[in-house]
Design a binder for this molecule. Structure first.
Ligand SMILES: Nc1ncnc2c1ncn2[C@@H]1O[C@H](COP(=O)(O)OP(=O)(O)O)[C@@H](O)[C@H]1O
Ligand SMILES: [Mg+2]
Length: 240
């Protein structure tokens, strides 16, 4: 009755860790993402999803890795401007060939899959970011097609050796972890970002909801976006 859902193909498990670029986040996930994994970052608008992904790429760029940023929302120029305000000179890395920023048409979900696989394999990208998968639904009305497309997108990424992050935007009152309710199942990890406004102040926080093969912290941690990027603090800071 139910069709068998095939397991996502991935290379042999590699237990080494890849730093997220946020030391406070690394600390609660045993040092970073598993090499070759694909992690979903989800949350409402302005919670820091794009910033976290920029920081993740910047960490790789600093280490001499080749990285690619696939954007469906902002232009490549905006992405570079976003990064620069945190002191991350993406233009420099673009010029030296370490970084590629591509803006995709959300209408072309199947083409994205094919093109991405080709790009990653040919260029040996170590870090891949897709911001944001929610945009696919703007043009593709058929939910089944979106889910199928997202499933193959993550399969494509996981069939390579790169470590990846994808984002999905949810509304504040959403009970789902992701826009289409599939992203969290097909990815290896889920990081949820929250924002809460109290009076004249706003507080950000982060929770690791899932991280395969990782004994991760389950609590909600305070998170701040500063001029130097995202800072995740220890819980003790709040108790004082
Ligand atoms: N230099 C900065 N210092 C502090 N907060 C910042 C800075 N730059 C951006 N922000 C905050 O980050 C938010 C945007 O984060 P972003 O990563 O784009 O969110 P998302 O991708 O989840 O929509 C802004 O609305 C602002 O609150
Ligand atoms: Mg964003």
């Amino acid at each position: 009755m139910f069709k068998h859902v095939p397991k996502l193909k991935s290379p042999l498990p590699d237990n080494s860790r890849v730093s997220t670029g946020v030391s406070g986040l690394d600390k609660i996930i045993q040092g970073g993402f598993l090499k070759g994994s694909c992690v979903l970052v989800t949350g409402g608008t302005g919670t820091g999803k794009t910033t976290l992904m920029l920081q993740f790429l910047n960490e790789g760029l600093k280490n001499g890795e080749k990285c690619i940023f696939i954007t469906l929302e902002e232009s490549a120029e905006d992405i570079k401007a976003d990064a620069l305000q945190f002191g991350w000179d993406f233009l420099k890395y673009e010029k030296n060939g370490q970084l590629r920023i591509e803006m995709y048409d959300p209408f072309e979900l199947t083409d994205v899959n094919l093109r991405l696989k080709d790009l990653i394999i040919t260029n040996n990208y170590k870090r891949v970011v897709i911001d944001s998968t929610s945009l696919f639904g703007m043009y593709i009305k058929d939910d089944y097609k979106i889910r199928k497309g997202l499933y193959s997108l993550v399969s494509t990424i996981k069939a390579t050796n790169c470590t990846a992050m994808i984002s999905s935007e949810i509304t504040e009152d959403s009970k789902l972890l992701s826009r289409y309710g599939i992203e969290e199942f097909v990815t290896d990890g889920v990081i949820v970002l929250y924002f809460m406004g109290i009076g004249s102040q706003g507080f950000g926080s982060v929770q690791v909801r899932k991280m395969r093969r990782t004994n991760h912290a389950k609590a909600v941690y305070p998170m701040e976006i500063t001029d130097n990027g995202i800072v995740v603090s220890e819980l003790e800071k709040f108790k004082a």
